[in-house]
Design a protein around this ligand. Structure first.
Ligand SMILES: [Zn+2]
Length: 382
């Protein structure tokens, strides 16, 4: 099996798919479209019952492949196609070299490894000519490494189609451990407004920086308050005033000031409620004078670890559940799937590095789980 997975992974690594916001001179092509074109052909060769292009951004479509099974359960794999940039790499990013039991190159571990595993497992099964029990869907998503807009588009597509996957994996390198949670976030700019004047006559102006001071104090107090609440499964929310700018010159009363804030959201919180609370605090601290600009938000991801499917995954690999210090596409899916974990071969420690690689042994381990998850006979293994 390892040889088949490695062969798939080498082909995938050899097709550049650098996220456009990470593209530099060495990226060769911009974005995921070359890989989407390749994958559509692969899914056709693997006799997918449905192949669907789902537009996300200009020239950037998600691509879904569905193989229908005989029972109503649906197993869904979300695997992002984009990678981070390649400018600082010390190896050939698109060589896909197999050396020392590892496949090397950009995306080798994050996260083309999971796609290669899925393709090798499906290919082996299709050769048997046996029918599928579950419906299997592979969703190749774009833009994970920047805004997660591919995940948001997939979530909308699932809702539209009223498809509720029985089990879902969001592919990321987790060393084959089920990751059941990570924090979400709310990011905002808050603005205070003043009137410029010469600093020799500051009483003619209104100081926007001074107006910001009580708001910063209020947000610091909110962070402290969050640490005193009962911890959620993911711990405590946090609030950081992380950026500030304002003022035009040493001799001018500042007419504008803004702060950027980053609020980490835990399970049990909703980004809408958190955002509303942050804006209420701003209104109170500035007597209603502050305005805001929304930057981004993402719900926390948290899955009950007692779910039988997660327990079976833990038992299969003789491991336990984990939480992640980083965010993933899982933020977008909420209660659409019955059960969802982040899972994949290889370690996040090798992701985004100058010499990214994944071990062949990890690929084989993940392939064994995929066969079990998709209820394919172990006789399908080559
Ligand atoms: Zn990734």
């Amino acid at each position: 099996m390892e040889a088949q997975i490695v062969a798939w992974l080498q082909r995938l690594v050899q097709i550049p798919s650098v996220n456009p916001s990470h593209v530099g001179p060495s990226a060769q092509t911009v974005g995921e479209s070359a890989l989407v074109t390749f994958m559509a052909r692969v899914f056709q060769d693997l006799d997918a019952d449905e192949i669907i292009y789902d537009p996300v951004l200009p020239k950037r479509d998600n691509l879904y492949a569905i193989w229908h099974g005989s029972d109503p359960s649906v197993a869904l794999l979300d695997v992002h196609l984009d990678t981070v940039g390649v400018e600082s790499m010390s190896i050939d990013p698109f060589g896909g070299e197999y050396r020392d039991g590892r496949v090397w190159g950009r995306g080798a571990v994050d996260t083309k490894a999971s796609l290669a595993v899925a393709l090798a497992v499906i290919e082996a099964h299709q050769r048997t000519g046996k029918p599928l029990t579950q419906t299997i869907m592979i969703a190749c998503t774009v833009d994970e490494e920047e805004l997660g807009s591919g995940a948001i588009t997939l979530a909308a597509w699932l809702r539209n189609r009223r498809m509720r996957p029985t089990s879902m994996i969001v592919a990321e390198p987790t060393e084959c451990r089920p990751v059941i949670g990570h924090t979400g976030l709310v990011r905002l700019w808050l603005h205070t407004h003043g009137v410029a004047a010469h600093t020799s006559q500051p009483h003619h102006g209104v100081n926007a920086i001074a107006a910001m001071v009580p708001l910063i104090q209020s947000y610091n107090a909110e962070h402290a308050r969050l640490q005193t609440t009962a911890p959620a499964a993911l711990g405590h929310g946090t609030l950081t005033v992380s950026l500030i700018d304002g003022g035009r010159g040493m001799n001018i009363v500042p007419d504008a000031c803004r702060i950027g804030i980053d609020r980490r959201v835990v399970d049990g919180e909703s980004v809408d409620e958190v955002t509303a609370h942050l804006l209420t605090l701003a209104a109170v601290a500035t007597n209603g004078a502050a305005t805001h600009t929304f930057v981004t938000s993402a719900e926390a991801f948290y899955q009950d670890p007692h779910d039988p499917w997660i327990q079976s995954l833990c038992a299969f690999h003789d491991t336990s559940v984990a939480t992640a210090p980083y965010g993933t596409n899982a933020f977008a899916y909420g209660d659409i799937p019955h059960c969802c974990v982040v899972y994949g071969p290889g370690s996040i420690a090798q992701a985004h590095t100058e010499d990214e690689w994944v071990a062949g042994t990890e690929l084989v381990r993940a392939a064994a789980w995929y066969r079990h998850w998709w209820q394919l006979s172990t006789m399908d293994a080559l």
